[in-house]
Design a protein around this ligand. Structure first.
Ligand code: ADP
Ligand code: MG
Length: 329
């Protein structure tokens, strides 16, 4: 594999709140490669969005703080980078599709004006060239009758079509990396599949690195090449999608796989990992997963397990990783 386009190392992000410091993300490391899809998988509150927002430079001002680590994009560390560097890289280097397309689009401008504005400012296109390119982009994300709909306002589009417009905006400057944060959560199942297909197609055509944030294992199985699994702000497991599904090395990943609906097995009812993830202000000592873990031993309640290499390309943060991996725990 070639060198990563984007490499995050030891990233920690905290928020100052009235109740104390929230350690939302701790020591997260991940690599994004051109033309590959990296899924960030985890339950709600595990730190997926905070990781993405930190990569976009949205958490550089109080109460948020990047308290450790580096975010290296094509050789430039974005942590502590100048405003100018950020402005250059956001959109052209790294772009993001947010979860909620409706609130991310401006309701008082037509979608064509919103796409054109970006192209006029960043690409210095003339008004007519920007409009033509906006229509092209809308066609590219398969909005029917784009040439007519370019003058419509966001509320005149369905949720799925609005998400396509968000994607058109995100890819307008041909970014090297596209981050999609739960891009289909608010959409119905058929539309979800279409949006995922569109993202995968754009990744392939543009050779982008795609970072897909999701809590849906089915989506991961379908589209990801590499996976990082997050729990309570930390990465608990990392590996290729095939290996992770065939042989999970962390009890949390094993639990997630077990709770996945299986169309080929209708006999047993849906299983769920018992309990709920901890609040970051009240995380238990030792491994944050220990109260819910089916393989827990004493050391899990006292010591934080390190993310360790357990096999080629496989990392797991569990005191019993090797045993879980070998099927002995
Ligand atoms: P998710 O994996 O669901 O995307 P997030 O990354 O949004 O999770 O959140 C991770 C943790 O950081 C959560 O516990 C959340 O409460 C906390 N958090 C996120 N944003 C803020 C904020 N602005 N202030 C305080 N805590 C925050
Ligand atoms: Mg989120």
């Amino acid at each position: 594999m070639s060198a990563p386009v984007l490499s995050v190392d030891d990233l920690s992000v905290e928020f100052a709140t009235r109740e104390g410091t929230v350690h939302a993300v701790r020591h997260v490391g991940l690599d994004v490669h051109a033309g590959r899809t990296l899924a960030i998988l985890g339950e709600s509150g595990s730190g997926k969005s905070v990781t993405a927002q930190a990569i976009m430079g949205l958490l550089d001002t109080p109460p948020a703080r990047v308290s450790s680590g580096s975010i290296v994009f094509e050789g430039t560390d974005l942590v502590g980078a100048s405003e100018r560097t950020r402005m250059r890289i956001n959109g052209e280097g790294i772009a993001m599709v947010f979860q909620d397309a409706l609130s991310a689009l401006n309701p008082v401008y037509t979608v064509g004006d919103q796409i054109s504005e970006l192209l006029r400012v960043r690409r210095k296109l003339s008004r007519s060239a920007a409009r033509a390119r906006a229509i092209e982009l809308m066609e590219r994300v398969r909005i029917p009758a784009a040439a007519r709909r370019v003058d419509d306002y966001p509320h005149q589009f369905s949720g799925g079509m609005r998400q396509r417009i968000m994607i058109a905006l995100a890819v307008a400057l041909n970014p090297r990396v596209l981050i999609a944060d739960e891009p289909t959560t608010a959409l119905d199942v058929t539309v979800q599949a279409q949006i995922m297909e569109l993202l995968t197609e754009l990744r392939r055509e543009n050779g982008m690195g795609l970072v897909l944030i999701t809590h849906d294992l089915g989506v991961v199985a379908e589209v990801a090449d590499d996976v990082v699994v997050m729990y309570s702000g930390r990465i608990v497991e990392r590996g290729s999608v095939e290996e992770l599904f065939q042989r999970p090395a962390h009890p949390y990943t094993r639990g997630l796989l077990r709770s996945m609906p299986r169309p080929d097995r209708e006999d047993d009812e849906l299983w769920a990992i018992p309990g709920a993830p901890p609040s970051p202000l009240r995380a238990p000592g030792g491994c944050a997963f220990n109260p819910r873990c089916d393989a827990v031993v004493d050391v899990c309640r006292t010591d934080q397990p390190e993310l360790r290499l357990i096999a080629a390309g496989r990392h797991s943060a569990c005191h019993l990783s090797q045993e879980v991996f070998d099927g002995r725990a």
